[in-house]
Design a protein around this ligand. Structure first.
Ligand SMILES: Cc1cc2nc3c(=O)[nH]c(=O)nc-3n(C[C@H](O)[C@H](O)[C@H](O)COP(=O)(O)OP(=O)(O)OC[C@H]3O[C@@H](n4cnc5c(N)ncnc54)[C@H](O)[C@@H]3O)c2cc1C
Length: 363
């Protein structure tokens, strides 16, 4: 590759910022366009599995991220009667170590700090791109050797360059997420109930991340108000001003993840249900893989498509496992999960979390 290759990155979320660091490691000049006035992430917190941390290690920010994270390996999974559904802890299922929780703002901050300020343009909305590498913003135009579409589930780049593909699917599933000032209660992990799931995770700085998900038709946190402690207490005490509510959306991933000089990464390519907690992790994997294949974009699609479709498929089907529609189905779920040999659970989660990045050639 000749020297002086330039990449324009549309979107400065977890995927776009990771791509900036990874491409710089591969010798590219980068410009990140972010429409928000500053790099912030309002989505509460995130779990990072070993695959995500390995990718962050590849680009030299793993330790920085770990220093702002707390281990989550001891998380448990219970049902509504307080019974443990799996004998192993979540960390064991995920490969034993390097499973952490981090406030999203801390993750974004760690990524931004690894990118020179002159590469970052905030308050700039990209209005269109071309397969020839052109980027048009509200104020100017520029031409790049590579355009990275990291502009999230409603990606304007995907809509423009992949017309008729990448449909947004409304799942009807609602999610509530919020941060609580104060350490977590005694129980840390997830409660899998009927038509809903609830998670309680520790964060650095004596904070707690709480999240709830519920099937179509459940439109209020009230659904969880009579769940066993500590869930009901957290719901009753939740500050409505701090709660982020979304409907979960999926993207039907396009057949090719690149067209001309444009490559899709992260939620723009494959937004998925968060039951495995891997959406951001896959955005990070995409970004680091793209940098390794930046000179061979067809190789990027080959390296990524099957993996993202597999994780998306499992995440979709996890919805019925973690929040079945009725009490009898929940009873069947409880028995089935408890009878599932650890070895099977370990192999499913192991395959997902054992992913390791292709090394980026530093130029
Ligand atoms: C309830 C919930 C819980 C989750 N929990 C986890 C978890 O525990 N672990 C995990 O790995 N994942 C989790 N995820 C998934 C994760 O949040 C996403 O997969 C991840 O944030 C996607 O990152 P991204 O950079 O691709 O997109 P985004 O975070 O959406 O970033 C896109 C960026 O592009 C910018 N942008 C958009 N359009 C333009 C434009 N035209 N011009 C300039 N800028 C633009 C936006 O402002 C934004 O900053 C969860 C998701 C949900 C909904």
């Amino acid at each position: 590759m000749p020297e002086g290759q330039c990449a324009g990155i549309v979107g400065g979320g977890i995927g776009g910022l990771t791509a900036a660091i990874a491409l710089r490691k591969a010798g590219w000049d980068v410009t990140v366009y972010e429409r928000a006035p500053e790099f912030t992430e309002v989505g509460a917190a995130v779990v990072l599995f070993p695959n995500a941390l390995a990718a962050l290690d590849e680009i030299g920010v793993g330790e920085q991220v770990r220093s702002k994270s707390l281990p989550y390996s001891s998380g448990a999974i219970r049902n509504l009667r307080g019974q443990s559904l799996v004998t192993r802890r979540i960390g064991d299922l995920a490969g034993g170590r390097d499973l952490v929780t981090i406030h999203r703002a801390d993750l974004i901050d760690a990524l931004v700090r690894a990118i020179p300020a002159e590469c970052l343009r905030t308050g700039v909305r990209v209005t269109s791109v071309g397969v020839d590498g052109g980027i048009v913003t509200d104020g100017d135009t520029a031409r790049y050797d590579l355009v990275v579409a990291a502009d999230g589930v409603h990606s304007v780049v995907r809509q423009q360059i992949w017309p008729g593909e990448g449909t947004v699917v409304h799942t009807g599933v609602s999610a509530w997420r919020w941060i609580i000032d104060g350490p977590p209660p005694d129980f840390v992990g997830q409660v899998w109930g009927i038509r809903g799931e609830f998670g309680i995770l520790p964060l650095v700085g004596d904070r707690t991340y709480a999240f709830a998900g519920a099937q179509r038709g459940v439109d209020s946190l009230e659904h969880f108000a009579d769940w066993p402690e500590p869930v009901s207490q957290l719901v009753v005490n939740a500050d409505p001003a701090r709660i982020i509510v979304n409907e979960l959306l999926e993207i039907r991933t396009p057949k090719l993840l690149t067209r001309g000089k444009v490559a899709l990464i992260g939620d723009a390519a494959h937004a998925m249900r968060p039951h495995l907690g891997l959406g951001a992790a896959l955005a990070i994997e995409d970004a680091v893989t793209l940098a390794a294949y930046a000179h061979d974009l067809a190789g990027y699609t080959k390296a990524r498509r099957r993996r993202v479709l597999t994780v998306q498929w499992i995440s979709r089907h996890m919805s019925t496992v973690v929040m079945p529609e009725s009490r009898p189905l929940a009873a069947v779920r409880d028995v089935a999960v408890r009878l599932t040999p650890d070895i099977l659970a370990l192999s499913v989660f192991g395959v997902i979390n054992r992913w390791r990045p292709r090394p980026i050639e530093t130029r």
